[in-house]
Ligand binder design. Structure first.
Ligand SMILES: Nc1ncnc2c1ncn2[C@@H]1O[C@H](COP(=O)(O)OP(=O)(O)OP(=O)(O)O)[C@@H](O)[C@H]1O
Ligand SMILES: [Mg+2]
Length: 325
């Protein structure tokens, strides 16, 4: 089957700096596809090229078979886009925000009234129809932004970090909304810095770091890269990390991975017995640790294996939780 969105060897340079370094991504119809990576990985740049807001330095992008370099007008009508920053007009009411978007797409007046009612209902903002968006909480603004990006009834929805900065409750409700839209037939492409989000939502994922795709597959396939079995995780201060790795290697013949504040290794058999033996050895050697535990492989383990850091290590400021009213 043809990919609805297809990137082949796509490169974006800003002067000497290579922000996107030859990526291949094939997105199938009706899937939720995640582009996962830390700050500055190149996620927004990749999205902007798919949208035709930036022209790639080299490589080819097609949307529904149409080349973004040649048929941008048609492509724009197929795609709904929610930007990383919320861009609803703060001085306009919820209704007015939807109106100006509808006019941009030349939706006729009668249809627009119906679409606005539906969008307000969908976003749970009916009661706030005549309230200025500037007074809305972060979660409400994001919901308004989402329905606004859908006013022209697109086939593909692109969401650039749809839940960054949202609290857990709003994040979960955004996930539910995205799932519903996907169930109704939309192809969804989203970027995220949250491993749990990629895991919970996406059918397939590309992990991007420094402009390169370092792994791709379904969440289950990616987790299998870590190994079969349980992951033993020892968290400790940075100056103990090497000591722990050496102990695991010399006493238990275990190969480990590490981030700045933790060591992980895969235990294939008898994990709980190994856990107690390793805990006893840490005690015996008087190695101070913060915690020792077992879990099934997560995407965080995948990221550590691939990059030697946790995704959290690389996160910037913009993950602060916005307090909801
Ligand atoms: N117009 C530009 N000119 C120069 N450099 C740029 C430009 N746009 C982005 N970059 C650089 O390209 C790299 C990738 O940026 P991009 O915004 O795509 O990252 P991102 O993965 O979206 O990060 P974040 O999670 O912080 O949004 C960064 O180092 C950024 O500083
Ligand atoms: Mg970005």
């Amino acid at each position: 089957m043809d990919n609805i969105v297809d990137l082949k060897g796509v490169v974006m340079r800003f002067g000497d700096f290579v922000a996107v370094d030859g990526i291949d991504i094939g997105i199938q119809r009706k899937e939720i596809y995640g582009i996962l990576g830390p700050n500055g990985a190149g996620k927004t740049t990749a999205i902007n090229m798919i949208l035709g807001l930036l022209e790639q330095t080299s490589g080819k992008i097609t949307i529904n078979g149409l080349d973004t370099r040649k048929e941008l007008g048609k492509i724009k009508m197929m795609i709904g886009f929610m930007t990383q920053e919320t861009v609803v007009d703060q001085d306009l009411t919820a209704e007015e925000n939807l109106e100006i978007t509808g006019r941009l797409y030349h939706i006729d007046e009668e249809e627009l009234r119906r679409d606005i009612d539906e969008a307000l209902r969908e976003s749970g903002l009916e009661k706030f129809r005549n309230v200025k968006a500037g007074t809305f909480s972060g979660g409400m603004q994001r919901r308004l932004n989402l329905v606004r990006s859908m006013m022209h009834n697109p086939k593909i929805l692109i969401l650039d970090e749809p839940t960054t900065g949202l609290d857990v409750q709003n994040r979960v409700s955004m996930w539910k909304k995205i799932k519903e839209l996907n169930d109704s037939g939309l192809t969804v492409i989203l970027t995220t810095q949250y491993l749990e989000e990629a895991d919970a939502l996406c059918d397939r994922i590309s992990i991007i770091d420094h402009g390169k795709i370092i792994a791709h597959g379904t969440p289950a396939e990616l987790k299998r890269m870590v190994g079969n079995g349980n992951v033993l995780e020892i968290s400790a201060k940075v100056d103990q990390i090497e000591r722990i790795r050496k102990m695991l290697k010399s006493k238990f013949r275990l190969e480990s991975e590490n981030a700045s504040d933790k060591v992980t290794c895969v235990i294939e058999k008898n994990a709980t017995l190994m856990l107690s033996k390793i805990s006893a050895e840490l005690d015996k050697e008087k190695i101070p640790v913060n915690s020792v535990g077992l879990h099934l492989p997560t995407l965080d383990d995948v990221f550590i294996k691939l990059t030697g850091s946790t995704l959290r290590d690389t996160l910037g400021d913009n993950t602060k939780t916005i307090r909801m009213r």
